[in-house]
Structure formats: structure tokens, C-alpha cells
Design a protein around this ligand. Structure first.
Ligand code: ATP
Ligand code: MG
Ligand code: MG
Ligand code: MG
Length: 465
């Protein structure tokens, strides 16, 4: 018999018909006369109630139907007497595919803390919460591809193993084929990588931007969407060592249009979530964040506030004068911490902020320098609850200026000769940005910790499975 997914079953169109459903037991209750089983198959946050006569199986078998067990049920779809749901399945046969011993199965009926669930990341997709989160994650990936596809961008895959440190921040995971226990080291303990498979010191990419720029210089508009890696030794709720980034890169685009693109794109994604994930978002809102849906609508409501870094510092300094306290210092030249970013968004402007024209010292070598020679055409998009969600810029497209800036910032020319070729041959103005996929998901799901929006989070001391 053909299986019906629970999401389709709940539409009620098969009322009165014989149906086959398969799924995992969420709860089981009942009395001598009747057994109620809440079954979920992952297609939706909602369970379907299976009503079974206790004599349907030998009593020994029946007791093996506990939370976590997997069942194959055939029965009639009927109107439900109980509240909450329109339909239920009157079981005619139940086959137990797999049991889950209540003595050892970690996911019992009672709610578990998110901290505990992180320790069993391999099982947590079976909870309502993580089912909802991972369905939303999937839907947001579709939103991203849809947006760029509809706007004529080419999906371009940048390499994961690379020889260049795009951000120059020294946060790269080294990739080597050498057995580091066996290769000789010099007196300072440094390894000679010249014998390495690649003949060169390689690492996992921190960003696909530089390669993405090469593609934009040929295809016009591209985006990457893949994993990136940063040896973040920080333990914050917003940083992972392995995260996914979306990086559009566009030829002939200047900074103002780059801001328009970022705003339009992110609003599209949030609207998509409201249009496609409402069941899951409602569940998460009810259980974790009562203001979630309001916050999603709030982002769509007004244009984002655009201001310069210098203006932003002024607002923060005024706030401090009026008694607002921050943990980290505020002065022109300092990078903003998320507490500052959140103050601007949540308390002062009360809407998302796009901040531009940062001091050149705190941004990467590839950003275009303004005429003042002090600031760069960089832009960060700042969001409620999160702070920085996007970092982008107009790229320096003048060969001489770029080489000068790379030298000043200690990026060896020999490492980026291929990147410089794009400025040497047929250079063009262009811009782009990077959106952290998990930061977007934090916003859309209302979760507070980035470890809870990626299936297997990679953070310091956390790479067991
Ligand atoms: P932050 O200031 O939060 O450390 P960043 O300025 O170092 O971020 P960028 O290099 O600008 O980050 O990267 C672009 C985007 O990638 C960021 O705006 C953010 O959304 C995301 N991102 C950066 N680092 C991480 C990380 N460790 N984990 C998850 N997302 C990240
Ligand atoms: Mg960082
Ligand atoms: Mg930053
Ligand atoms: Mg940034």
C-alpha cells in the first residue's frame, strides 16, 4: 500500500479511506479500552493521532510501542472526536519497525533543555523543536537560491581548500597531508610545509569572496552558498567554527546599490519564511520567543536606517553621556561590539541599520578607500537580537591602490597574484557582501544560540560527531 505523509493526511481529503502512515511515536497513552499514539514522520510539526484497540497486538508487543519507536500503521482516516485535530487514524494493523528502550532512549516525553539536546545532536532532529528548525533551514536555502536565480545570478562554487587568507585575520584551519607527528620541525617548532602535497601551505577557506570576485568579472553577477571555516576561539552564541555563507558578488555595482541588494534580499528571505514556514515558526514562537512573528514583520515594515560609522559612533557617545552603559569602549576607530550594534537597532533607530564608511584599519585590504583616505566603502547590516548579520563592501578595483593596501596590511602580493590579475586585466567596479546563513536562521527561528540552528555545530571542544 502506498504511504501517505502526515502533512498530506492532515489535509483531510482522504477522509473515510484506508491509509498507510509510517513514523515515530512521540507519545503514547491510553487505558484498558483504547490506546492513543501520537505519530510524527518529519513532514510537518503536527502529529497524527492513531487510535488503536489494545487487542490489535499481543499485549507484550503493545507495551513495546513507546516514545521513539518506529511504526508502520494501516487504518481508516476518520474524523477526530478529540480536540485539536480534525482527523485521526483508526488503526487496523500496526507493525513495529524499531523499538526504543525507555530505559536508555534519551528523548523521553518530558521537555529537554537545549543544552542537553546539544549533547545528543545526532538524535535531536527527532524533537519537535529541531524538526521545525531544520525544516526552516531547508526552506531558507530554497529562498536564497530562488532569489538569486530570479534576479539572474549564477550559483558559483568557490573552493573549500585554499592558499589565501581572504580576511587576513589568521583564523584559518590548516590543511596538510603531512603527518605532523613525523615531519621534522625546526628549532622553533615550525613545520616545513614545502614537502606538502600541494607544495604550499593550504587551509580551509574563511570566505569564498575572492574567488567569487573572479567569477563576477566574467559572469556579471554570481553568488556562492557553501560552508566556510574560521578558527574562532571565542565562545559566543553567534560564532561557529564551521558556518555557511551566502556571498553575492556583482560587477558594475556600487555601494548604494549593494545596500539596496542586501536589503531587498534579506526582506525577501524573511517574507519567504512567513509565507512558507508559518507552522514551524508559530511553534517556535510559542515555546521560545513570543515576539518572534512581530520581529519578523518589523523588519519588513520600514526601510532600513542607513548611516555612516562616524554618525553611529556619535549616537553611541551621546548615549554614554546620557548614562547608557556598555561593556566595551566606544571611540572613533574601534570595531563595534554586538551590544553597540543592538543598541542602535533595538533602542535608538528601532529598525535594522546599514552602517557604512568604516575606518580602514578595522576592515580588510580589498575594500575601496574613500576620498578622505581614512574610511572604506564597507557596509554592515545590523539586526535586532543579532547585531552584524551581513558584512560587505565596494571592492577596490584600481590595481595600484589595491597593491598598496595589501602591502600596508601585510597581505603578501605573491599569495594574491591571481586575485590581482582581475584588476590587471579588464578591471571593473564591483561590490558584494557575505551573509552568515546561521545568523539569518537565528533571526528567523528566534533561537538564541547559533549552535541550535545548524545540525552538527562546530565550536571549540565540540566536534565529536
Ligand atoms: P563578527 O564581527 O560577528 O565576528 P565578521 O565581521 O568577522 O563577524 P565577516 O568576515 O564580515 O564577519 O563575515 C560575513 C558574515 O559572516 C558576518 O556578517 C556574519 O553574518 C557571518 N559570520 C562571520 N563569522 C561567523 C562565525 N564565526 N559564525 C557564524 N557566522 C559568522
Ligand atoms: Mg569575526
Ligand atoms: Mg564584524
Ligand atoms: Mg564583518
Amino acid at each position: 500500500m502506498k504511504r501517505t505523509k502526515i502533512i498530506d493526511l492532515l489535509k483531510g481529503e482522504l477522509l473515510g479511506e484506508k491509509v498507510n502512515i509510517k513514523g515515530w511515536v512521540r507519545t503514547r497513552r491510553g487505558n484498558k479500552a483504547v490506546t492513543f499514539i501520537a505519530l510524527n514522520d518529519g513532514s510537518t510539526i503536527h502529529n497524527v493521532q492513531v487510535v488503536a484497540d489494545p487487542d490489535l497486538l499481543p499485549s507484550e508487543e503493545m507495551t513495546r510501542i513507546t516514545t521513539g519507536a518506529c511504526l508502520n500503521v494501516i487504518g481508516k482516516l476518520v474524523e477526530s472526536q478529540g480536540s485539536g485535530q480534525n482527523v485521526e487514524v483508526q488503526a487496523e494493523s500496526i507493525e513495529i519497525y524499531g523499538t526504543a528502550d525507555p530505559q536508555t532512549y534519551p528523548l523521553q516525553k518530558k521537555g529537554h533543555s537545549l543544552e542537553f539536546l546539544r549533547e545528543i545532536a545526532h538524535l535531536r532532529p527527532r524533537t519537535n523543536t529541531f524538526g521545525a528548525i531544520f525544516r526552516i533551514r531547508h526552506n531558507m536555502a530554497i529562498a536564497i537560491h530562488t532569489y538569486f536565480h530570479e534576479h539572474g545570478f549564477v550559483y558559483f562554487n568557490s573552493p573549500l581548500i585554499t592558499g589565501s587568507d581572504c580576511e587576513g585575520a589568521g583564523q584559518m584551519f590548516q590543511v596538510t597531508t603531512l603527518d605532523l607527528n613525523k615531519v621534522p620541525k625546526d628549532k622553533d617548532g615550525n613545520v616545513d610545509y614545502s614537502e606538502d602535497f600541494f607544495g604550499k601551505h593550504t587551509a580551509l577557506t574563511v570566505s569564498g569572496q575572492l574567488e567569487g570576485e573572479m567569477a563576477a568579472m566574467a559572469l556579471g553577477a554570481i553568488y556562492t552558498f557553501g560552508p566556510t571555516f574560521r578558527a574562532e576561539n571565542s565562545n559566543t552564541p553567534r560564532h561557529l567554527a564551521e558556518f555557511w555563507m551566502i556571498e553575492p558578488e556583482v560587477a558594475f555595482l556600487e555601494i548604494e546599490e549593494n545596500m539596496d541588494l542586501a536589503e531587498d534580499f534579506i526582506k525577501f528571505c524573511v517574507q519567504w519564511a512567513l509565507d512558507h514556514c508559518m507552522d514551524d515558526i508559530s511553534f517556535l514562537s510559542e515555546h521560545f520567543d513570543k515576539e518572534l512573528i512581530d520581529r519578523l514583520r518589523f523588519v519588513l515594515d520600514k526601510p532600513f536606517k542607513r548611516l555612516t560609522y562616524t554618525e553611529g559612533i556619535q549616537v553611541l557617545e551621546d548615549a554614554i553621556k546620557q548614562g547608557r552603559k556598555f561593556e566595551f569602549p566606544v571611540y572613533w576607530g574601534a570595531d563595534l561590539a554586538s551590544e553597540h550594534e543592538r543598541y542602535l537597532v533595538e533602542e535608538y533607530f528601532k529598525r535594522p541599520v546599514i552602517m557604512t564608511d568604516y575606518p580602514k584599519e578595522i576592515k580588510s585590504f580589498y575594500m575601496k578607500i574613500n576620498d578622505d583616505d581614512k574610511t572604506v566603502r564597507g557596509m554592515d547590516v545590523l539586526f535586532p537580537k543579532i547585531g552584524e548579520i551581513i558584512g560587505g563592501s565596494e571592492r577596490e578595483w584600481n590595481y595600484d591602490k589595491l597593491v598598496k593596501r595589501a602591502n600596508e596590511m601585510g597581505v603578501p602580493e605573491k599569495d594574491i597574484w591571481w586575485y590581482l590579475d582581475s584588476r590587471r586585466y579588464g578591471t571593473a567596479p564591483h561590490s558584494g557582501f557575505g551573509l552568515g546563513f546561521e545568523r539569518l536562521l537565528l533571526f528567523v527561528t528566534g533561537m538564541s544560540n547559533i549552535r541550535d540552528v545548524i545540525p552538527f555545530p562546530r565550536t571549540p571542544n565540540n566536534a565529536e560527531f
